[in-house]
Design a protein around this ligand. Structure first.
Ligand code: KIV
Ligand code: NA
Length: 264
């Protein structure tokens, strides 16, 4: 079985087939996600919170992501492998971003994710014209928690909505192959999904996005702390982790997740 690529995701998007994505940090869960039909696995810097126990994603290093990419690649065969560029590994310059993205690609990633819109368009162009597919992450970008003054929904007022749409279009224009939309009003996420030609992946976005992503530990109901509005506990009513992940894939594919209660 060959691994999916961003070209396969674009084809799914064109065909109207929903893309099911989850975060994953180790080989055991990677195997379960693969068997359940998850299309893309994100080695997210959320590992700083759910694996390392930090209270933000800021302390995560490139070496941490490299370590977990290796585990997820070894544990799976089919899903597209996307790796986060963590805080302070790409913001300085396109050159810094390339150097660190290259380390993730060498570890087995097929695409890197960067938080940013208009401000990171030059970086996306630099990477994507040098052999590194880019997933942009816009809306509530957790690495900017201190700038935001907390984990706050973005794009709520007219100015914020305009900035969000500009971010989406700038990243597409710069060559992003995929775009994650986090925690914005559903109507705004739907509008972005409609206006973009590249696939969009929602988390607190909209059911109109081309696909969905959740943090694995969140959708299994084993994360500490208060659960975000966009999280659904897929373990509820299931008797195994494999069944819960399969239920997630089915709910994304048939459009029953996210329901309005998971959106803003
Ligand atoms: O790190 C992460 O888990 C993420 C997803 C929530 C999109 O960036
Ligand atoms: Na992340």
């Amino acid at each position: 079985r060959r691994r999916l690529t961003h070209v396969d995701l674009a084809r799914m998007h064109s065909a109207g087939e929903k893309i099911a994505m989850l975060t994953c940090y180790d080989a055991s869960f990677a195997g379960l996600c693969d068997a359940a039909g998850v299309d893309a696995l994100l080695i997210g810097d959320s590992l700083g919170m759910v694996v390392q126990g930090h209270d933000s994603t800021l302390p995560v290093t490139v070496a941490d992501i490299v370590y977990h990419v290796g585990a997820v690649v070894r544990g799976s065969q089919r899903p597209l492998i996307i790796a986060d560029l963590p805080f302070a590994s790409f913001q300085e310059s396109p050159q810094q971003a390339f150097r660190n993205a290259a380390a993730l690609m060498v570890a087995g990633a097929q695409m890197v994710k960067i938080e940013g819109g208009v401000n990171m368009a030059e970086t996306t162009q630099f990477l994507s014209t040098r052999g590194i597919p880019v997933c942009a992450h816009i809306g509530l970008t957790p690495q900017s928690v201190h700038q935001f003054g907390g984990y706050r929904i973005q794009g709520r007022d007219a100015d914020g909505a305009a900035r969000f749409m500009a971010d989406a279009l700038a990243q597409q224009e710069a060559g992003a192959a995929l775009i994650v939309i986090e925690a914005v009003p559903a109507a705004l996420a739907s509008e972005a999904a409609r206006r973009l030609s590249i696939p969009s992946i929602g988390i607190g976005g909209s059911v109109d996005c081309s696909g969905q992503v959740l943090v694995l530990q969140d959708m299994l109901g084993i994360s500490a702390g208060r659960k975000a509005r966009f999280v659904r506990d897929f373990m509820a009513g299931q008797t195994s982790i494999a069944a819960a992940i399969a239920a997630y894939v089915a709910a994304v594919r048939d459009g029953s997740f996210p329901a309005p209660e998971h959106c803003y």
